[in-house]
Design a protein around this ligand. Structure first.
Ligand SMILES: Cc1cc2nc3c(=O)[nH]c(=O)nc-3n(C[C@H](O)[C@H](O)[C@H](O)COP(=O)(O)OP(=O)(O)OC[C@H]3O[C@@H](n4cnc5c(N)ncnc54)[C@H](O)[C@@H]3O)c2cc1C
Length: 294
């Protein structure tokens, strides 16, 4: 199908983007277009104005954060650039793996992290990794700039904490603590590569080998990506043996209403959440220096 008619603008600054969005309620931001253009061609969305972010070169790249030793990732950074970045691979393995697992090379070269978060598909890959990594979303809007912890960002399918005329400008990630690592495990839908279920895990080990901190987050299983708090709570303070990890992951479904659709039943997704949580946690523990060998 062909999209409905729209106007097009490609401003040079974030403030110009915000002004356009504020004064044209029918306007939409265009990043890589991999979600938006498909929606427009199917006439699910018919924006009257597309505000293209392609000229905002300041929103592209990965560089040290202003404080704390972490990293800043610009909203217009492609998924391919994230997957290939040495800092991300070393300090935020779950994010590099999630980005690399997406679609195909052509898609990863064009699709952006900002678009992936703002579209808020319940089965998008990057949100799970960023939840496990305690990401912070940087936004700009008519009232200026503000930050949103990733745990507060996703509300339900395609609904986020972004206010009218606000855009994502970047994401900040904290530096990885000593004896800390993260990993992402995914069961992809063969026809489109989206996760039927994807689980990201991050583990920090104390000097005695016990789990000092643990984050586990899943996507594809519910109306929005979420942390698996029962799994986290069960592992923290324990020595992460194969048995302890398996026992913790057995709690992965607690309190969750799993999505059931043509791609898979809720029961199957619950099973995947347990299996993938175990795989992601096991790899994270091994990479963090734990003696897990299961
Ligand atoms: C063949 C194919 C396979 C795919 N496979 C996967 C997959 O395996 N895993 C996965 O997670 N996704 C997958 N996707 C989805 C898609 O590639 C991602 O969601 C992509 O990251 C979206 O980014 P974009 O830059 O293309 O966003 P766009 O399509 O340009 O925008 C998406 C939405 O976000 C808004 N938006 C964009 N940038 C911003 C911003 N900075 N601030 C505020 N709002 C913004 C737009 O207005 C729009 O509503 C696939 C898509 C295709 C076509």
């Amino acid at each position: 199908m062909i999209a409905a008619q729209f106007e097009y603008s490609a401003p040079d600054t974030v403030s110009e983007v915000v002004v356009l969005l504020k004064h044209r309620p029918g306007a939409r931001v265009l990043a890589g277009g991999h979600d938006l253009l498909a929606q427009m061609k199917q006439r699910r969305l018919s924006p009257t104005l597309l505000v293209d972010l392609r000229n905002l070169k300041d929103l592209v790249g990965i560089s040290p954060a202003q404080a704390g030793g972490g990293v800043w990732i610009g909203a217009m950074t492609s998924c391919a650039a994230i997957a290939e970045d040495a800092w991300v691979q070393a300090n935020a393995g779950a994010l590099a793996e999630a980005a690399l697992s997406m679609g195909d090379a052509q898609m990863r070269n064009v699709a952006t992290i900002g678009g992936n978060l703002a579209y808020s598909d319940p089965a998008a890959d990057l949100p799970a990794a960023l939840l496990a990594l305690d990401g912070i979303i940087l936004v700009s809007g008519p009232d200026g700039a503000r930050t949103i912890p990733i745990t507060d960002f996703f509300r339900t399918a395609h609904v986020t904490a972004l206010q009218a005329a606000e855009i994502i400008t970047g994401i900040e990630l904290p530096a990885a603590a000593a004896r800390s690592a993260s990993a992402y495990a995914k069961q992809a839908i063969p026809s489109n590569c989206y996760p039927l279920c994807g689980v990201a895990a991050r583990v920090t080990l104390a000097a005695d080998g016990a789990v000092a901190a643990c984050r586990v987050a899943a996507t594809g299983i519910s109306d929005h990506p979420l942390r698996l708090a029962t799994v986290e709570g069960s592992l923290e303070g324990t020595i992460p043996s194969a048995e302890a990890i398996a026992a913790a992951c057995g709690l992965a479904g607690q309190g969750i209403t799993f999505t059931s659709d043509l791609y898979g039943s809720g029961e199957y997704r619950a099973h995947l959440a347990r299996v993938l949580a175990r795989r992601a946690l096991s790899r994270a523990v091994a990479q963090a220096g734990g003696n897990y060998t299961g």
